[in-house]
Design a protein around this ligand. Structure first.
Ligand code: AMP
Length: 279
């Protein structure tokens, strides 16, 4: 597996490849959710194609009071995960190479970014779109894989690819969970033992509401009530939205998503599950 640091080294590597190039962008601190994405990429690329993973802790997608400085950076383990999962190359750009001091061009998605996490984290998706657009231009993948764990991000990237005509096919991967239902996340490492024990209650509340109730508003109310009862938890949002437009789900005629963000102590956890259309 090749480690590529500079843009020039990626270009030189890319020039030699003619088959599928399947790209997995990450911020590092790789866990088994990321590993599943890389394995999916390997399957998709096949024997003739190539898999490239980027590890870049993108500062411009973090707000001033967010956790960019304390975000875990276990680079050696990250490289091991990439190799084990079958990546051909890892791209490790530096912040200085990615962002000149006089940078002045950003990619702003203006509709889907204004709801859910976009409301709680102003500027976050501008940072995400900008870095993903840059990475697409540098790596020039034929395919890129994103996890359903970050449903809003996935919807926004699809919109960006559509509206800016990026010649890349977006592929999705289901959310990987711990055995107790908690969605795997680099941020789970911040949880205290007590918080970690309580965290699966969020997903359990979501599952239970979706199994028992049909009405999108009733589902949201049930989740909010259940989260209120978790000691140390504070609901950021719980919403039922259309899977593609992220507009509030009015009924169950089209496919929807229940999306939730909860502060457990100081850690903000997000999760989402599907709401299949009701006949
Ligand atoms: P991140 O490093 O958090 O930016 O995530 C990189 C990619 O991994 C994104 O496409 C995420 O949606 C995906 N991802 C993170 N956690 C999970 C998970 N638990 N299951 C599936 N995909 C995930």
């Amino acid at each position: 597996m090749k480690s590529l640091i500079t843009m020039e080294s990626v270009r030189a590597w890319r020039k030699k490849i003619t088959g599928k190039v399947v790209f997995v962008p990450t911020m590092g601190a790789l866990h088994h959710g990321h590993e599943a994405l890389i394995r999916d990429a390997r399957r998709l690329a096949g024997l003739k194609g190539s898999v490239v993973v980027s590890i870049f802790l993108n500062p411009i997608q973090f707000g001033p009071r967010e956790d960019v400085a304390s975000y875990p950076k276990p680079l050696k383990n990250d490289i091991t995960v990439c190799r084990r999962a079958g990546a051909d190359a890892v791209f490790l750009p530096t912040v200085a190479d990615m962002y000149g001091p006089d940078r002045s061009v950003f990619v702003d998605e203006e509709s889907l970014s204004s709801v859910l996490c976009g409301r709680s984290r102003p500027g976050h998706f501008r940072g995400v779109c900008t870095v993903v657009a840059k990475l697409f231009n540098i790596v020039q993948p034929t395919h890129a894989i994103f996890g359903e764990k970050d449903w809003q991000q996935l919807a926004i990237i699809r919109r960006m690819v559509r509206d800016l005509n990026f010649p890349v096919e977006i592929v999705t991967a289901p959310t990987v969970r711990e055995s107790d239902g908690l969605a795997a996340s680099s941020r789970n490492a911040y949880l205290t033992a007590e918080e970690r024990a309580l965290a699966p209650l969020i997903h359990a509340a979501m599952q239970s509401a979706v199994e028992k109730l049909k009405d999108p508003v009733a589902i949201v109310r049930a989740v909010a009530r259940a989260v209120e009862k978790i000691p140390g938890a504070r609901l950021d949002y719980a919403e039922t939205v259309d899977s593609v437009t992220l507009l509030p789900l009015k009924n169950r005629k089209s496919a929807g998503r229940l999306a939730v963000a909860v502060f457990l102590g100081k850690t903000r956890l997000i999760d989402n599950i599907g709401l299949p259309p009701h006949k």
